[in-house]
Design a protein around this ligand. Structure first.
Ligand SMILES: [Fe+2]
Length: 347
């Protein structure tokens, strides 16, 4: 923080809080760019502001926020960027948009696999790309990602297009664990096991299960919670109720995980408040609210897991570091192209 900004902040705190407040009371503002929806974030920010006196200003957008931070450069007002997918977090670091997070909570509370070793970003919650199988047509209780490529599942698998970040993350994970050649063979066989050419989003795959056009859908965990509780579109409750979740590789090398996370912007005008926000988001209290609202997994081990999420079984996360997975994203994307995954089965 520059001297000028510090002076402004202190002035602000005196004006805001009056002289009765301790001199070290935090105050001022923190500016957030968020890919995460307002309904997920606002309860947390309300609680953060109540606890710290720091006002949180948020710009919500579905895309373009990283580009915006880059374009704004040194003049950017943003302090904290909240996003999803390891590709976005590592990409922000590679573009020089980050600065190290300094709160001690980072190293104390986040396992090394889920934060940058130089503190340029952190996961705030975990999601996993798992199998939703038909309650009526599938008996299996334990399956692996390798099973997706086996003869038994021919014509029974569905997923959204292969070049979506969620599938790129899964394919990159497979390559990180098994190598590129094994990845190519696997993805070829998965493609040929598809019930039809990939289309629609994750929720649409779960509808396919109810419709009987697919027996096993590759979908992120939290959609089960989001769909079962979707009062606005109650038909989704039926889609979700037709399926149950299997955590692939739970009895082997562990299930793939991806993250929602954040970073402090390189030119953050309120870096101190940004660290206070990250520290808050890593508290047990915030982790519980976040996980409850999103049906995700807390990244902090001591934070409670949502009851509905816990009812799907125990996530045994793969120990492969997310930076290792991210290093294989480009290869994964090239494979999806090369194998024409999005055109569906080729035999
Ligand atoms: Fe999603």
């Amino acid at each position: 923080m520059t001297t000028k900004r510090l002076a402004l902040t202190l002035l602000g705190s005196v004006a805001l809080c009056g002289l009765a407040m301790p001199a070290f009371a935090q105050s001022g503002e923190v500016n957030i760019y968020s890919y995460r929806e307002q309904s997920l974030l606002q309860p947390l920010l309300d609680s953060f502001s109540a606890e710290t006196g720091i006002k949180a200003n948020v710009l919500y957008a579905g895309d373009g926020l990283l580009e915006r931070v880059a374009a704004e450069g040194e003049l950017s007002p943003v302090d904290v960027v909240l996003t999803v997918d390891i590709g976005n977090l590592v990409g922000a670091e590679e573009q020089g948009l980050t600065q190290p997070i300094t709160t001690a909570a980072l190293a104390e509370r986040v396992p090394p696999a889920f934060r940058d070793e130089d503190a340029n970003w952190t996961a705030l919650s975990l999601r996993s790309r798992v199998f939703y199988v038909s309650k009526d047509r599938v008996d299996a209780t334990a399956l692996t990602y390798e099973d997706l490529a086996s003869e038994e599942w021919a014509g029974r698998v569905c997923t959204r297009p292969g070049d979506h970040a969620y599938n790129i993350g899964l394919i990159a994970h497979y390559i990180a664990v098994n190598g590129e050649e094994a990845g190519r063979e696997w993805l070829t066989n998965v493609r040929d096991n598809l019930a039809f050419a990939p289309n629609g989003n994750d929720r649409a795959q779960v509808k396919n299960i109810l419709d009987g056009t697919c027996d096993l859908a590759v979908v992120n965990t939290y959609y089960m919670g989001a769909m079962l509780n979707n009062d606005a579109e109650p038909e989704q409750k039926d889609w979700a109720a037709s399926a149950r979740i299997i955590y692939p590789n739970a009895e082997a090398d562990g299930t793939q995980v991806n993250v929602a996370g954040g970073f402090i912007a390189k030119h953050a005008p309120n870096a101190e408040n940004a660290n206070a926000l990250i520290e808050f988001l890593l508290s047990d209290e915030a982790q519980a609210i976040y996980a409850d609202t999103n049906y995700e997994f807390p990244v902090v081990a001591s934070a409670p897991i949502n009851e509905l999420v816990a009812s799907w079984g125990t996530l045994k996360a793969s120990p492969v570091a997310l930076t290792e997975v991210a290093a294989h994203r480009a290869t994964a994307a090239a494979l999806v192209d090369e194998l024409k995954f999005n055109e569906g089965p080729q035999k």
